[in-house]
Write a protein that binds this ligand. Structure first.
Ligand code: FE2
Length: 252
């Protein structure tokens, strides 16, 4: 069985702790909680740092040195993709392009890491180019069960603020997913709440943050902060060929 951990919204910083949360300490705790599970890999679905500064990526690299399995990174809106790629240049999976999308082929479950970030925007964007890349990528292995990972949830949260800064142009993504039926699940982050949604009839699972969780806010100007007392968390995806994919949230 494949055991895949997903960490998200790490917000590592070498500056003041965001909302008073020591995100480096909580990431260390999360990695220690992942260790005894014996995972095959860890995917990190964006907002790896608070401000995308080189010093923050250095701090992230230091924290991830304790990771109990290989880590696959992708940017979120708080990241600087070029600085991320430069800081982790020794990671072998980066593409040549500015879009840091790639495929992990090493496991029975194929994992597509889709970069949906856009310079100077908090929301994510699908574009015709990204949809075409995803379509070609899925076309290349139609018989392989696939997990699609991206930073922004491709579904409404009904939190007015988060829906404004969610994934724009989801209508470009939906037809790709209805055409290529091997995608079993979509895994993302950004919302800082363990949640489930739906996109093109597929389950969307939103990882908790390894740093903090925003308060439920279903009305305009809702009280996202101060963060909830929920502890930092992560997702564990369990995959056995021929069986349904299982995703569970764990807290530290
Ligand atoms: Fe975040």
């Amino acid at each position: 069985m494949l055991k895949l951990a997903q960490i998200s919204d790490l917000h590592i910083t070498d500056g003041p702790p965001p909302y008073g949360r020591d995100t480096r300490a909580s990431l260390t705790k999360i990695l220690a909680a992942i260790a005894p599970i014996g995972v095959d890999a860890i995917i990190a679905t964006g907002d790896l740092t608070q401000d995308g500064r080189p010093g923050e990526y250095a701090a992230l690299a230091q924290a991830l040195a304790q990771a109990p399995a290989r880590v696959f990174l992708m940017p979120g809106n708080h990241d600087a993709p070029a600085a991320l790629k430069a800081a982790f240049a020794h990671h072998p999976y980066w593409p040549e392009s500015d879009d840091l999308s790639y495929v992990i082929e090493d496991f029975p479950l194929r994992i597509v890491m889709l970069d949906d970030t856009w310079p100077n925007e908090i929301g994510g964007r699908m574009t015709p180019q990204r949809a075409a890349w995803l379509s070609e990528t899925l076309q290349a292995a139609p018989a392989r069960d696939t997990l699609l990972a991206l930073h922004h949830p491709p579904c409404p949260t009904f939190d007015p603020m988060f829906d404004r800064i969610g994934l724009h142009d989801v209508t470009l993504l939906e037809p790709v997913l209805t055409t290529h039926r091997q995608v079993r699940r979509i895994a993302c982050g950004h919302y800082h709440r363990a949640s489930m949604g739906e996109c093109a009839g597929l389950p969307v699972v939103i990882a908790p943050s390894t740093g903090w969780h925003y308060r439920l806010a279903l009305t305009e100007g809702g009280p996202h902060i101060p963060p909830t007392p929920e502890p930092p968390g992560f997702l564990l995806h369990l995959y056995k060929p021929g069986a349904p994919l299982m995703s569970t949230a764990l807290w530290t």
